[in-house]
Design a protein around this ligand. Structure first.
Ligand code: ZN
Length: 498
Protein backbone atom coordinates (compact mmCIF):
# COMPACT_ATOMS: atom_id res chain seq x y z
CA UNK A 1 0.00 0.00 0.00
CA UNK A 2 2.78 2.39 0.93
CA UNK A 3 4.36 1.73 -2.44
CA UNK A 4 1.13 2.43 -4.32
CA UNK A 5 0.45 5.57 -2.30
CA UNK A 6 3.94 6.84 -3.11
CA UNK A 7 3.38 6.16 -6.79
CA UNK A 8 0.09 8.04 -6.76
CA UNK A 9 1.67 11.01 -4.99
CA UNK A 10 4.45 11.13 -7.55
CA UNK A 11 1.96 11.14 -10.40
CA UNK A 12 -0.08 13.87 -8.73
CA UNK A 13 3.07 15.89 -8.13
CA UNK A 14 3.77 15.97 -11.87
CA UNK A 15 0.23 17.24 -12.49
CA UNK A 16 0.68 19.87 -9.78
CA UNK A 17 3.99 21.05 -11.21
CA UNK A 18 2.63 21.28 -14.76
CA UNK A 19 -0.31 23.37 -13.55
CA UNK A 20 1.88 25.64 -11.46
CA UNK A 21 4.30 26.11 -14.34
CA UNK A 22 1.32 27.22 -16.45
CA UNK A 23 0.50 29.68 -13.66
CA UNK A 24 3.99 31.18 -13.86
CA UNK A 25 3.55 31.67 -17.60
CA UNK A 26 0.15 33.24 -17.03
CA UNK A 27 1.48 35.60 -14.36
CA UNK A 28 4.26 36.72 -16.67
CA UNK A 29 1.78 37.14 -19.53
CA UNK A 30 -0.32 39.56 -17.49
CA UNK A 31 2.53 41.54 -15.92
CA UNK A 32 5.83 41.80 -17.82
CA UNK A 33 5.55 39.95 -21.13
CA UNK A 34 6.15 42.16 -24.19
CA UNK A 35 3.18 42.18 -26.63
CA UNK A 36 5.18 40.10 -29.12
CA UNK A 37 5.01 37.09 -26.82
CA UNK A 38 1.23 36.83 -26.87
CA UNK A 39 0.64 34.21 -29.58
CA UNK A 40 3.29 31.73 -28.44
CA UNK A 41 2.43 32.24 -24.80
CA UNK A 42 -1.21 31.29 -25.30
CA UNK A 43 -0.10 28.07 -26.98
CA UNK A 44 2.51 27.29 -24.31
CA UNK A 45 -0.02 27.65 -21.51
CA UNK A 46 -2.50 25.46 -23.42
CA UNK A 47 0.22 22.81 -23.93
CA UNK A 48 1.01 22.64 -20.23
CA UNK A 49 -2.68 22.50 -19.30
CA UNK A 50 -3.31 19.72 -21.78
CA UNK A 51 -0.34 17.72 -20.47
CA UNK A 52 -1.57 18.18 -16.90
CA UNK A 53 -5.04 16.98 -17.90
CA UNK A 54 -3.63 13.96 -19.78
CA UNK A 55 -1.40 12.98 -16.88
CA UNK A 56 -4.20 13.32 -14.40
CA UNK A 57 -6.77 11.34 -16.41
CA UNK A 58 -4.27 8.56 -17.14
CA UNK A 59 -6.09 5.26 -16.37
CA UNK A 60 -3.14 4.35 -14.14
CA UNK A 61 -4.25 7.11 -11.75
CA UNK A 62 -7.77 5.65 -11.68
CA UNK A 63 -6.39 2.18 -10.98
CA UNK A 64 -4.21 3.40 -8.12
CA UNK A 65 -7.14 5.28 -6.61
CA UNK A 66 -9.22 2.09 -6.75
CA UNK A 67 -6.48 -0.06 -5.27
CA UNK A 68 -5.98 2.42 -2.46
CA UNK A 69 -9.64 2.40 -1.36
CA UNK A 70 -9.02 -0.06 1.51
CA UNK A 71 -6.03 2.02 2.59
CA UNK A 72 -8.22 5.15 2.68
CA UNK A 73 -10.85 3.36 4.75
CA UNK A 74 -8.22 2.32 7.28
CA UNK A 75 -7.18 5.94 7.88
CA UNK A 76 -8.85 8.56 10.08
CA UNK A 77 -11.25 10.70 8.01
CA UNK A 78 -9.43 13.95 8.69
CA UNK A 79 -5.91 12.64 8.08
CA UNK A 80 -3.99 14.24 5.21
CA UNK A 81 -3.67 10.90 3.41
CA UNK A 82 -7.36 10.02 3.56
CA UNK A 83 -8.29 13.52 2.41
CA UNK A 84 -5.80 13.31 -0.45
CA UNK A 85 -7.33 10.06 -1.71
CA UNK A 86 -10.88 11.34 -1.27
CA UNK A 87 -10.30 14.62 -3.11
CA UNK A 88 -8.12 13.14 -5.86
CA UNK A 89 -10.79 10.50 -6.53
CA UNK A 90 -13.52 13.12 -6.70
CA UNK A 91 -11.46 15.23 -9.14
CA UNK A 92 -10.56 12.18 -11.17
CA UNK A 93 -14.11 10.92 -11.49
CA UNK A 94 -15.24 14.36 -12.67
CA UNK A 95 -12.35 14.81 -15.09
CA UNK A 96 -12.78 11.49 -16.92
CA UNK A 97 -16.48 12.13 -17.55
CA UNK A 98 -15.75 14.96 -19.97
CA UNK A 99 -14.33 13.82 -23.35
CA UNK A 100 -11.07 15.60 -24.32
CA UNK A 101 -12.57 16.54 -27.72
CA UNK A 102 -15.36 18.39 -25.94
CA UNK A 103 -12.86 20.24 -23.73
CA UNK A 104 -11.03 21.30 -26.88
CA UNK A 105 -14.26 22.40 -28.57
CA UNK A 106 -15.25 24.50 -25.56
CA UNK A 107 -11.81 26.11 -25.33
CA UNK A 108 -11.87 27.09 -29.00
CA UNK A 109 -15.42 28.39 -28.86
CA UNK A 110 -14.84 30.44 -25.71
CA UNK A 111 -11.73 31.98 -27.13
CA UNK A 112 -13.71 33.12 -30.22
CA UNK A 113 -16.62 34.19 -28.04
CA UNK A 114 -14.37 36.31 -25.85
CA UNK A 115 -12.96 38.03 -28.94
CA UNK A 116 -16.49 38.70 -30.18
CA UNK A 117 -17.48 40.16 -26.81
CA UNK A 118 -14.35 42.34 -26.70
CA UNK A 119 -15.55 43.94 -29.95
CA UNK A 120 -19.28 43.89 -29.24
CA UNK A 121 -19.07 45.64 -25.89
CA UNK A 122 -17.44 48.92 -27.03
CA UNK A 123 -19.70 48.82 -30.10
CA UNK A 124 -22.76 48.28 -27.88
CA UNK A 125 -23.77 45.46 -30.20
CA UNK A 126 -25.41 42.63 -28.29
CA UNK A 127 -26.72 41.14 -31.53
CA UNK A 128 -23.14 40.46 -32.62
CA UNK A 129 -22.37 38.61 -29.38
CA UNK A 130 -25.69 36.77 -29.11
CA UNK A 131 -24.91 33.85 -31.48
CA UNK A 132 -21.80 33.10 -29.41
CA UNK A 133 -23.82 33.12 -26.24
CA UNK A 134 -26.37 30.78 -27.88
CA UNK A 135 -23.59 28.33 -28.60
CA UNK A 136 -22.17 28.71 -25.08
CA UNK A 137 -25.62 27.86 -23.75
CA UNK A 138 -25.79 24.78 -25.92
CA UNK A 139 -22.28 23.68 -24.84
CA UNK A 140 -23.20 24.30 -21.20
CA UNK A 141 -26.18 21.97 -21.57
CA UNK A 142 -23.96 19.38 -23.22
CA UNK A 143 -21.49 19.67 -20.37
CA UNK A 144 -24.35 19.00 -17.95
CA UNK A 145 -25.32 15.92 -19.97
CA UNK A 146 -22.04 14.26 -18.92
CA UNK A 147 -23.44 14.31 -15.39
CA UNK A 148 -26.91 12.80 -15.97
CA UNK A 149 -27.48 12.35 -12.23
CA UNK A 150 -27.58 16.10 -11.61
CA UNK A 151 -30.95 17.65 -10.89
CA UNK A 152 -30.30 20.99 -12.54
CA UNK A 153 -28.20 21.74 -15.66
CA UNK A 154 -26.22 24.30 -13.62
CA UNK A 155 -25.29 21.77 -10.95
CA UNK A 156 -22.16 20.29 -12.59
CA UNK A 157 -20.66 23.78 -13.08
CA UNK A 158 -21.58 24.84 -9.57
CA UNK A 159 -20.20 21.63 -8.10
CA UNK A 160 -16.96 22.08 -10.02
CA UNK A 161 -16.10 25.33 -8.27
CA UNK A 162 -18.14 24.95 -5.07
CA UNK A 163 -18.23 21.24 -4.32
CA UNK A 164 -21.44 20.17 -2.66
CA UNK A 165 -23.45 23.24 -3.68
CA UNK A 166 -26.47 23.00 -5.96
CA UNK A 167 -28.65 25.39 -7.95
CA UNK A 168 -31.60 24.57 -5.72
CA UNK A 169 -29.74 25.31 -2.50
CA UNK A 170 -28.32 28.57 -3.85
CA UNK A 171 -31.57 29.74 -5.40
CA UNK A 172 -33.39 29.34 -2.12
CA UNK A 173 -30.56 30.95 -0.17
CA UNK A 174 -30.29 33.91 -2.52
CA UNK A 175 -34.06 34.44 -2.55
CA UNK A 176 -34.00 34.76 1.24
CA UNK A 177 -31.02 37.09 1.08
CA UNK A 178 -32.69 39.26 -1.55
CA UNK A 179 -35.79 39.59 0.63
CA UNK A 180 -33.62 41.02 3.40
CA UNK A 181 -31.44 43.18 1.17
CA UNK A 182 -34.14 45.03 -0.77
CA UNK A 183 -35.62 46.79 2.28
CA UNK A 184 -32.15 47.42 3.73
CA UNK A 185 -30.98 49.12 0.54
CA UNK A 186 -34.18 51.19 0.49
CA UNK A 187 -33.58 52.29 4.09
CA UNK A 188 -29.97 53.24 3.48
CA UNK A 189 -30.60 55.08 0.25
CA UNK A 190 -33.52 57.04 1.73
CA UNK A 191 -30.84 58.96 3.66
CA UNK A 192 -28.60 61.47 1.86
CA UNK A 193 -25.76 59.66 0.09
CA UNK A 194 -22.25 59.95 1.53
CA UNK A 195 -19.87 62.37 -0.17
CA UNK A 196 -16.96 60.35 -1.52
CA UNK A 197 -15.23 63.15 -3.42
CA UNK A 198 -12.24 62.89 -1.04
CA UNK A 199 -11.36 59.55 -2.70
CA UNK A 200 -11.27 61.14 -6.13
CA UNK A 201 -8.59 63.75 -5.73
CA UNK A 202 -5.19 63.27 -7.35
CA UNK A 203 -3.22 60.47 -5.63
CA UNK A 204 0.20 59.68 -7.14
CA UNK A 205 0.25 55.98 -7.94
CA UNK A 206 3.70 55.25 -6.45
CA UNK A 207 2.71 56.53 -3.07
CA UNK A 208 -0.55 54.56 -3.21
CA UNK A 209 1.49 51.42 -3.85
CA UNK A 210 3.81 52.14 -0.91
CA UNK A 211 0.89 52.61 1.42
CA UNK A 212 -0.99 49.52 0.20
CA UNK A 213 2.16 47.44 0.76
CA UNK A 214 2.43 48.58 4.38
CA UNK A 215 -1.24 47.86 5.01
CA UNK A 216 -1.27 44.31 3.66
CA UNK A 217 2.08 43.41 5.24
CA UNK A 218 0.62 44.47 8.59
CA UNK A 219 -2.51 42.36 7.95
CA UNK A 220 -0.31 39.30 7.51
CA UNK A 221 0.54 39.02 3.81
CA UNK A 222 4.09 37.66 3.78
CA UNK A 223 6.23 39.47 1.20
CA UNK A 224 9.07 36.96 1.63
CA UNK A 225 6.65 34.46 0.08
CA UNK A 226 4.92 36.77 -2.36
CA UNK A 227 5.09 39.93 -4.41
CA UNK A 228 2.86 42.69 -5.71
CA UNK A 229 2.81 43.84 -9.35
CA UNK A 230 0.71 45.88 -11.73
CA UNK A 231 -1.81 44.43 -14.18
CA UNK A 232 -5.07 45.17 -16.03
CA UNK A 233 -7.52 43.01 -14.05
CA UNK A 234 -6.46 42.40 -10.42
CA UNK A 235 -5.94 38.83 -9.27
CA UNK A 236 -4.03 36.52 -6.95
CA UNK A 237 -2.02 33.56 -8.23
CA UNK A 238 -0.16 30.79 -6.46
CA UNK A 239 2.91 28.87 -7.63
CA UNK A 240 3.32 27.13 -4.25
CA UNK A 241 2.45 28.05 -0.65
CA UNK A 242 5.90 29.67 -0.60
CA UNK A 243 5.20 31.92 -3.61
CA UNK A 244 1.77 33.49 -3.78
CA UNK A 245 1.59 36.72 -5.79
CA UNK A 246 -0.91 39.48 -6.31
CA UNK A 247 -1.29 41.76 -9.32
CA UNK A 248 -3.24 45.01 -9.02
CA UNK A 249 -4.49 48.05 -10.85
CA UNK A 250 -4.15 51.65 -9.67
CA UNK A 251 -5.99 54.80 -10.65
CA UNK A 252 -4.59 58.18 -9.72
CA UNK A 253 -8.08 59.66 -9.29
CA UNK A 254 -9.63 56.77 -7.34
CA UNK A 255 -7.86 55.92 -4.11
CA UNK A 256 -10.03 52.87 -3.40
CA UNK A 257 -9.05 50.99 -6.55
CA UNK A 258 -5.55 49.96 -5.50
CA UNK A 259 -6.05 50.09 -1.75
CA UNK A 260 -9.09 47.84 -1.47
CA UNK A 261 -7.93 45.79 -4.45
CA UNK A 262 -4.73 45.09 -2.51
CA UNK A 263 -6.53 44.12 0.70
CA UNK A 264 -8.93 41.91 -1.30
CA UNK A 265 -6.23 40.08 -3.24
CA UNK A 266 -4.02 39.83 -0.15
CA UNK A 267 -6.98 38.10 1.52
CA UNK A 268 -6.94 35.49 -1.25
CA UNK A 269 -3.17 35.27 -1.02
CA UNK A 270 -3.00 34.87 2.77
CA UNK A 271 -5.35 31.92 2.37
CA UNK A 272 -2.94 30.26 -0.09
CA UNK A 273 0.14 31.19 1.97
CA UNK A 274 -1.50 29.65 5.03
CA UNK A 275 -1.99 26.18 3.56
CA UNK A 276 -0.11 23.55 5.57
CA UNK A 277 3.32 22.89 4.01
CA UNK A 278 2.64 19.14 4.23
CA UNK A 279 -0.06 19.51 1.56
CA UNK A 280 2.28 21.07 -1.02
CA UNK A 281 2.42 19.28 -4.34
CA UNK A 282 -0.99 17.62 -3.88
CA UNK A 283 -4.51 18.47 -5.09
CA UNK A 284 -5.21 19.58 -1.51
CA UNK A 285 -2.88 22.56 -1.75
CA UNK A 286 -5.36 25.26 -2.67
CA UNK A 287 -8.45 27.00 -1.34
CA UNK A 288 -11.52 24.84 -0.76
CA UNK A 289 -13.82 26.52 -3.31
CA UNK A 290 -14.60 29.78 -5.05
CA UNK A 291 -17.06 30.78 -2.32
CA UNK A 292 -14.56 29.97 0.43
CA UNK A 293 -11.84 31.91 -1.38
CA UNK A 294 -14.08 34.94 -1.78
CA UNK A 295 -15.03 34.71 1.87
CA UNK A 296 -11.39 35.27 2.78
CA UNK A 297 -10.78 38.16 0.36
CA UNK A 298 -14.02 39.85 1.43
CA UNK A 299 -13.42 39.27 5.12
CA UNK A 300 -10.20 41.26 4.83
CA UNK A 301 -11.43 43.81 2.31
CA UNK A 302 -14.85 44.62 3.75
CA UNK A 303 -15.36 43.29 7.26
CA UNK A 304 -11.87 44.32 8.38
CA UNK A 305 -10.62 46.79 5.75
CA UNK A 306 -13.72 48.98 5.62
CA UNK A 307 -14.29 49.01 9.38
CA UNK A 308 -13.96 52.10 11.53
CA UNK A 309 -11.59 50.26 13.89
CA UNK A 310 -9.19 49.53 11.01
CA UNK A 311 -9.06 53.17 9.92
CA UNK A 312 -8.69 54.50 13.46
CA UNK A 313 -5.27 52.93 13.20
CA UNK A 314 -4.41 53.45 9.51
CA UNK A 315 -6.04 56.79 8.73
CA UNK A 316 -3.39 59.01 10.42
CA UNK A 317 -0.78 57.13 8.34
CA UNK A 318 -2.81 57.58 5.17
CA UNK A 319 -3.14 61.30 5.91
CA UNK A 320 0.62 61.50 6.49
CA UNK A 321 1.17 59.83 3.09
CA UNK A 322 -1.23 62.25 1.37
CA UNK A 323 -1.25 65.43 3.47
CA UNK A 324 -2.34 67.66 0.57
CA UNK A 325 -5.22 65.39 -0.41
CA UNK A 326 -6.54 64.18 2.94
CA UNK A 327 -5.13 66.59 5.55
CA UNK A 328 -8.44 68.45 5.69
CA UNK A 329 -10.66 65.32 5.58
CA UNK A 330 -11.78 64.03 8.99
CA UNK A 331 -11.73 60.26 9.66
CA UNK A 332 -15.52 60.18 9.84
CA UNK A 333 -15.85 61.64 6.32
CA UNK A 334 -13.32 59.19 4.94
CA UNK A 335 -15.08 56.27 6.63
CA UNK A 336 -18.44 57.31 5.16
CA UNK A 337 -16.84 57.71 1.74
CA UNK A 338 -15.36 54.20 1.65
CA UNK A 339 -18.71 52.76 2.74
CA UNK A 340 -20.96 54.75 0.44
CA UNK A 341 -24.02 52.71 -0.59
CA UNK A 342 -25.64 53.65 -3.85
CA UNK A 343 -27.56 51.57 -6.39
CA UNK A 344 -25.49 51.58 -9.55
CA UNK A 345 -25.14 49.84 -12.89
CA UNK A 346 -21.69 48.28 -12.65
CA UNK A 347 -21.11 45.21 -10.52
CA UNK A 348 -17.35 45.54 -10.08
CA UNK A 349 -17.59 49.05 -8.64
CA UNK A 350 -20.70 48.41 -6.52
CA UNK A 351 -20.65 48.83 -2.74
CA UNK A 352 -20.69 45.76 -0.49
CA UNK A 353 -24.47 45.92 0.11
CA UNK A 354 -25.89 46.37 -3.40
CA UNK A 355 -23.14 44.15 -4.84
CA UNK A 356 -25.14 41.08 -3.89
CA UNK A 357 -28.15 42.23 -5.89
CA UNK A 358 -25.97 42.42 -9.01
CA UNK A 359 -24.89 38.84 -8.33
CA UNK A 360 -28.37 37.48 -7.65
CA UNK A 361 -29.71 39.03 -10.87
CA UNK A 362 -27.00 37.32 -12.90
CA UNK A 363 -27.42 34.03 -11.08
CA UNK A 364 -31.19 33.98 -11.69
CA UNK A 365 -30.80 34.88 -15.37
CA UNK A 366 -28.16 32.21 -15.88
CA UNK A 367 -30.45 29.57 -14.40
CA UNK A 368 -33.38 30.78 -16.51
CA UNK A 369 -31.26 30.48 -19.67
CA UNK A 370 -30.18 26.95 -18.78
CA UNK A 371 -33.72 25.94 -17.94
CA UNK A 372 -34.93 27.19 -21.33
CA UNK A 373 -37.25 29.70 -19.64
CA UNK A 374 -35.38 32.64 -21.12
CA UNK A 375 -34.15 33.00 -24.71
CA UNK A 376 -30.81 34.67 -25.38
CA UNK A 377 -32.60 37.24 -27.56
CA UNK A 378 -34.77 38.26 -24.59
CA UNK A 379 -31.83 38.56 -22.23
CA UNK A 380 -31.27 42.36 -22.52
CA UNK A 381 -34.89 43.05 -21.66
CA UNK A 382 -34.91 40.58 -18.76
CA UNK A 383 -31.68 42.18 -17.49
CA UNK A 384 -33.10 45.69 -17.56
CA UNK A 385 -36.33 44.56 -15.96
CA UNK A 386 -34.51 43.04 -12.99
CA UNK A 387 -32.26 46.08 -12.58
CA UNK A 388 -35.32 48.32 -12.51
CA UNK A 389 -36.98 46.08 -9.96
CA UNK A 390 -34.06 45.41 -7.62
CA UNK A 391 -31.84 48.47 -7.94
CA UNK A 392 -34.10 51.08 -9.46
CA UNK A 393 -31.61 51.82 -12.23
CA UNK A 394 -31.59 50.89 -15.89
CA UNK A 395 -28.53 50.85 -18.14
CA UNK A 396 -28.73 53.36 -20.99
CA UNK A 397 -27.41 50.65 -23.31
CA UNK A 398 -26.26 47.01 -23.37
CA UNK A 399 -22.65 48.02 -22.87
CA UNK A 400 -23.38 48.61 -19.19
CA UNK A 401 -26.16 46.05 -19.23
CA UNK A 402 -25.98 42.56 -20.56
CA UNK A 403 -22.53 43.06 -22.13
CA UNK A 404 -21.03 44.34 -18.91
CA UNK A 405 -19.07 41.31 -17.64
CA UNK A 406 -16.81 39.03 -19.62
CA UNK A 407 -18.01 35.92 -17.69
CA UNK A 408 -20.88 34.93 -19.99
CA UNK A 409 -18.60 35.23 -22.99
CA UNK A 410 -15.53 33.40 -21.71
CA UNK A 411 -16.97 30.62 -19.52
CA UNK A 412 -19.68 28.00 -19.59
CA UNK A 413 -22.90 29.05 -17.87
CA UNK A 414 -24.02 28.00 -14.43
CA UNK A 415 -21.35 28.92 -11.93
CA UNK A 416 -20.13 32.35 -12.86
CA UNK A 417 -21.23 34.68 -10.09
CA UNK A 418 -22.67 32.97 -7.02
CA UNK A 419 -19.26 32.59 -5.35
CA UNK A 420 -18.95 36.34 -4.77
CA UNK A 421 -22.10 36.58 -2.69
CA UNK A 422 -21.53 33.27 -0.99
CA UNK A 423 -18.19 34.77 0.00
CA UNK A 424 -19.79 37.86 1.52
CA UNK A 425 -22.15 35.75 3.59
CA UNK A 426 -19.49 33.31 4.79
CA UNK A 427 -17.04 36.14 5.58
CA UNK A 428 -19.44 37.49 8.21
CA UNK A 429 -19.94 34.00 9.58
CA UNK A 430 -16.19 33.37 9.94
CA UNK A 431 -15.55 36.76 11.49
CA UNK A 432 -18.33 36.29 14.02
CA UNK A 433 -16.95 32.89 14.98
CA UNK A 434 -13.42 34.29 15.38
CA UNK A 435 -14.79 37.06 17.61
CA UNK A 436 -16.74 34.56 19.69
CA UNK A 437 -13.49 32.79 20.55
CA UNK A 438 -11.44 36.00 20.74
CA UNK A 439 -13.60 38.95 21.79
CA UNK A 440 -10.45 41.11 21.84
CA UNK A 441 -10.15 41.08 18.02
CA UNK A 442 -11.93 44.45 17.37
CA UNK A 443 -9.71 46.25 19.91
CA UNK A 444 -6.64 44.64 18.40
CA UNK A 445 -7.67 45.87 14.96
CA UNK A 446 -7.90 49.39 16.37
CA UNK A 447 -4.27 49.03 17.45
CA UNK A 448 -3.26 47.73 14.03
CA UNK A 449 -2.74 44.21 15.36
CA UNK A 450 -4.08 41.38 13.22
CA UNK A 451 -2.19 38.40 14.64
CA UNK A 452 -5.06 36.86 16.62
CA UNK A 453 -7.48 37.05 13.69
CA UNK A 454 -4.87 35.83 11.21
CA UNK A 455 -3.89 32.89 13.42
CA UNK A 456 -7.55 31.92 13.91
CA UNK A 457 -8.03 31.90 10.15
CA UNK A 458 -4.85 29.87 9.57
CA UNK A 459 -5.89 27.36 12.21
CA UNK A 460 -9.54 27.01 11.18
CA UNK A 461 -9.53 27.70 7.45
CA UNK A 462 -6.24 28.28 5.63
CA UNK A 463 -4.11 25.33 6.72
CA UNK A 464 -6.73 22.75 5.64
CA UNK A 465 -6.59 23.62 1.92
CA UNK A 466 -9.09 21.37 0.17
CA UNK A 467 -9.13 18.67 2.85
CA UNK A 468 -12.80 19.25 3.61
CA UNK A 469 -15.85 20.10 1.52
CA UNK A 470 -16.60 23.85 1.71
CA UNK A 471 -19.70 23.56 3.90
CA UNK A 472 -17.96 20.98 6.06
CA UNK A 473 -15.07 23.38 6.60
CA UNK A 474 -17.48 26.20 7.40
CA UNK A 475 -19.22 24.04 9.96
CA UNK A 476 -16.01 22.83 11.58
CA UNK A 477 -14.76 26.42 11.88
CA UNK A 478 -17.95 28.17 12.97
CA UNK A 479 -20.01 25.40 14.53
CA UNK A 480 -22.90 26.17 12.13
CA UNK A 481 -23.90 25.38 8.59
CA UNK A 482 -24.34 28.14 6.02
CA UNK A 483 -26.18 30.90 7.85
CA UNK A 484 -27.54 34.19 6.58
CA UNK A 485 -27.99 35.80 9.97
CA UNK A 486 -24.40 36.86 10.79
CA UNK A 487 -24.21 38.67 7.46
CA UNK A 488 -27.52 40.48 7.92
CA UNK A 489 -26.48 41.38 11.48
CA UNK A 490 -23.16 42.67 10.19
CA UNK A 491 -24.80 44.85 7.53
CA UNK A 492 -27.48 46.18 9.87
CA UNK A 493 -25.01 47.03 12.64
CA UNK A 494 -22.66 48.73 10.25
CA UNK A 495 -25.10 50.69 8.13
CA UNK A 496 -27.52 51.65 10.84
CA UNK A 497 -24.60 53.37 12.54
CA UNK A 498 -23.37 54.97 9.32
ZN1 ZN B 1 -11.82 37.83 -5.18
Amino acid sequence: MEEKFRELRERLLVVYDLNKAANVLHWDQTTYMPPGGAASRGRQIATLSRLAHERFTDPAVGRLLEELRPHEESLPYDSDEAALLRVARRDYERAVRVPPAFVQEVAEHLSASYQAWAQARPANDFRAAAPYLERTLELSRRYASFFPESRHPADPQIDLIDPGMTAELLRDFFARLREQLLPLVREITARPAADDSCLHRYFPVDRQGEFARQVIARCGYDFSRGRMDTTLHPYEISFAPGDVRIALRAKEDALGELLFGAIHEAGHAMYEQGIAPALEGTPLARGASSGLHESQSRLWENVVGRSLAFWKFFYPQLQAAFPGQLGDVPLETFYQAINKVEPSLIRTSADEVTYNLHVIIRFDLELALLEGKLAVSDLPEAWNERYREDLGVVAPDDRDGVLQDSHWYDSLLGGNFHGYTLGNVMAAQFFEAARRTHPEIPEEIERGEFGTLHRWLVENVYRHGRKFMPLELLERATGRSLDLEPYIRYLREKYEAC
